[in-house]
Design a protein around this ligand. Structure first.
Ligand code: NAP
Length: 353
């Protein structure tokens, strides 16, 4: 089979850079071109020095991106992809957008959560939400995929089996996430400035975070169309990469045991190689930890029942730049092109880091 030809719009950013790292070693992919307006004409390795000796590509401006490709990845800030996609759709390639522009099915949710009307609402139905663990069969048939947000990925994968099995109160799901600074992108802002970030634990959007919309959308589908309310509060911490999410849920039935949860979670993720269930009785690594998934496409998920209250505590850990963005996008690409979803992504993290 000929290799999959791919181009990346927004390749100088953090998601674009990590996507490129993974695509360059993917055995079935040839990266044709990578865009950056600010760095056009410069070697990609000037911006991503970790790729020295791995690529000789140079950045091109977006208008000169190679469109004679099988798939275009869009790694642009919110609001840019919606202006770009149609020219690529017309050329017949598959598109994977890593921004939020096409993740929500209902255009009204953009008014509510993003504070503006969606400029091309008729395009929303063309995109499949790119989480293979939930939409594997749709992704296989899709031409256009909207890859999930990083916080949303960690929340949804922790909660999905419990919600789908009807174990928890759908009105009271509280998600507390700790997130690393690379989630804010490469351009930097006061929150990611080293003296402000170092040593800090900072609540930055205790209510109303935009990713709540996709979490509620996806969990609502798993709950058979019932309304799900998710109260999401992310905290900026000193990590560069990584998200640790704790979801607090309240049980609908009494008497639920560990063994029931093991069965529920194992069954839900039996065909999902990148979700590892982590709940051990001893040692320091009993639950998921961002360090142990760093650089990988794994999402580790754990749980604990509260013996003092009808509470189920769910935990997950991902690398926001891999399972939370580029890795998950490649997982979708693999499915869209009939490959094993593990292709180019099946490697462990490092220990210790
Ligand atoms: N960071 C994460 O953990 C993460 C995870 C999941 C999803 N995402 C989403 O992925 C997208 C990119 O995030 P990021 O963190 O990689 O941001 P970033 O580091 O700021 O990179 C943005 C990239 O987009 C390019 N760009 C900006 N405006 C453009 C335009 N109008 N047309 C073409 N290219 C443009 C920039 O190129 P120049 O060099 O020309 O400025 C740069 O390469 C965002 O939508 C974000 O929400 C991020």
């Amino acid at each position: 089979m000929a290799k999959i030809r791919a181009s990346i719009i927004g390749g100088s950013g953090y998601t674009g850079g990590d996507l490129l790292r993974l695509l360059l070693i993917h055995p079935e992919v040839e990266v044709k071109s990578v865009s950056s307006e600010r760095n056009k004409g410069m070697p990609v390795t000037k911006v991503h020095p970790n790729l020295r000796a791995i690529t000789q590509l140079e950045f091109v401006e977006a208008a000169k991106i190679d469109t004679d490709v099988d798939v275009m990845f869009l790694c642009t800030p919110h609001g840019a992809a919606v202006k770009l996609v149609e020219q690529y759709m017309e050329k017949g390639m598959k598109i994977i957008d890593l921004s939020a522009d096409f993740r929500l099915h209902d255009a009204k949710d953009y008014d509510r959560w993003y504070g503006h009307a969606h400029s091309r609402p008729e395009l929303l139905e063309k995109f499949v939400y790119g989480m293979p663990e939930l939409h594997r069969e749709e992704i296989k048939k899709a031409s256009y995929v909207a890859s999930p947000g990083c916080l949303s990925t960690s929340a949804i994968l922790a909660l999905a089996p419990a919600v789908a099995a009807g174990l928890v109160d759908l009105d009271r799901i509280v998600v507390d996430s700790k997130i690393g600074s690379s989630a804010g992108g490469a351009s930097g802002n006061p929150s990611t400035h080293h003296p402000e970030r170092a040593g800090s634990v900072r609540a930055y959007k205790p209510t109303g975070h935009r990713h709540s919309a996709e979490v509620e959308q996806e969990l609502g589908e798993l709950a058979g169309g019932k309304k799900v309310t998710v109260s999401l509060s992310p905290h900026a911490i000193e990590l560069v990469r990584g998200i640790f999410t704790t979801a607090h849920c309240f049980l609908l039935k009494q008497g639920l045991k560990d063994v029931d949860l093991w069965k529920t979670y194992r069954k839900f993720y039996k065909d999902s190689p990148f979700v590892r269930l982590v709940k051990e009785k001893q040692g320091i690594h009993r639950y998921p930890e961002p360090k142990l998934v760093m650089g990988t496409n794994f999402c580790d998920v754990g749980f604990e029942l509260d013996s003092n209250a009808p509470r189920l505590v769910l935990m997950s850990a991902i690398d926001n730049l891999v399972k939370g963005s580029g890795g998950q996008a490649i997982q979708s690409m693999n499915l869209m092109f009939g490959l094993d979803e593990k292709t180019g992504l099946w490697f462990p993290g490092m220990h210790p880091v």
